[in-house]
Unconditional design. Structure first.
Length: 276
């Protein structure tokens, strides 16, 4: 009996260079095999999009989509200013979000799709005003949606989003979005994000979240609250996302300040000398 080979790249279909498979999936399959074989070990950088274009004779779009697929499988992470680094030799069923700065939040929105289920303008009550740092009676844009990764039927989170009254007339926030909402705000209103505050806590999925996520009631989840501020420190966007524990994991990369480390190292001999 013949054995049918399957791959996470093609969502269970037989891998290979077939006419029915998009070119970016063919390239993703090749990179998947090379990572799995150890050609690119954990910690190594895979070729840049430019290098992939040259090596395989593909477009920049094809190279970008192939790498995006590996990101979604949790095998590589993008590190701004460094490259795309291997973090696992096999695919992970959950989505891995690697954060080193605000730019990674833009990338997260590009690597996934937010499906807007409900959009309305809401006159906020006192409790909401406190959360949004606004005043009772202000009218904020309020949205609910679910976020998906390519090839996965179940959502990786449900998201509640509030947008400042100044931007409630924003266009394009319907259907399925593959861009960050704050990027659209910057594009349409010229309001740039200066900082993002983030809180993460463990939760149990309530009935609404469990139903929307098609997950067991009271199963483990991860709640992520983000506050997007402009350069003046004003809150312009507030999001709350709830993830099932088995579909999402979070990675943070800390970069050492080598200038500061060098100054500390240089100060140590002088301090020892002064102490003698």
């Amino acid at each position: 009996m013949a054995t049918r080979l399957t791959s996470p790249i093609s969502n269970g279909r037989t891998p290979g260079l077939t006419g029915a498979q998009p070119r970016y999936l063919q390239l993703a399959q090749t990179l998947y095999n090379e990572i799995e074989s150890g050609k690119y070990p954990i910690g190594a950088l895979v070729p840049t999009e430019f290098d992939l274009c040259e090596q395989f004779g593909v477009s920049r779009f094809t190279a970008r989509e192939a790498v995006k697929r590996l990101v979604q499988l949790g095998m590589v992470v993008r590190q701004p200013g460094v490259g795309t680094r291997v973090c696992a030799r096999t695919a992970n069923a959950s989505y891995n979000q690697n954060i080193t700065g605000v730019a990674d939040l833009y990338q997260y929105a590009t690597d996934t799709t937010l499906s807007i289920d409900r959009r309305e303008t809401v006159e906020i009550e006192p409790a909401q005003a406190e959360m949004l740092e606004g005043s009772r009676g202000e009218t904020w844009l309020h949205m609910h949606g679910r976020r998906f990764t390519s090839g996965q039927a179940l959502p990786i989170c449900v998201t509640e989003l509030w947008l400042h009254p100044a931007f409630r007339s924003i266009k394009g926030l319907t259907g399925r979005l593959d861009r960050a909402v704050h990027a659209i705000v910057e594009e349409q209103f010229g309001e740039s994000i200066g900082s993002v505050e983030q809180e993460i806590r463990a939760v149990l999925l309530d009935r609404d979240a469990a139903t929307s996520l098609d997950a067991p009631l009271h199963s483990a989840g991860l709640k992520v609250v983000r506050r997007y501020r402009n350069r003046r420190g004003q809150l312009i966007e507030h999001t709350t996302s709830v993830h099932p524990a088995d579909r999402f994991h979070y990675t943070t990369t800390f970069q050492r300040d080598w200038q500061m480390a060098g100054a500390e190292a240089a100060a140590e001999p002088a301090a020892r000398k002064a102490a003698k």
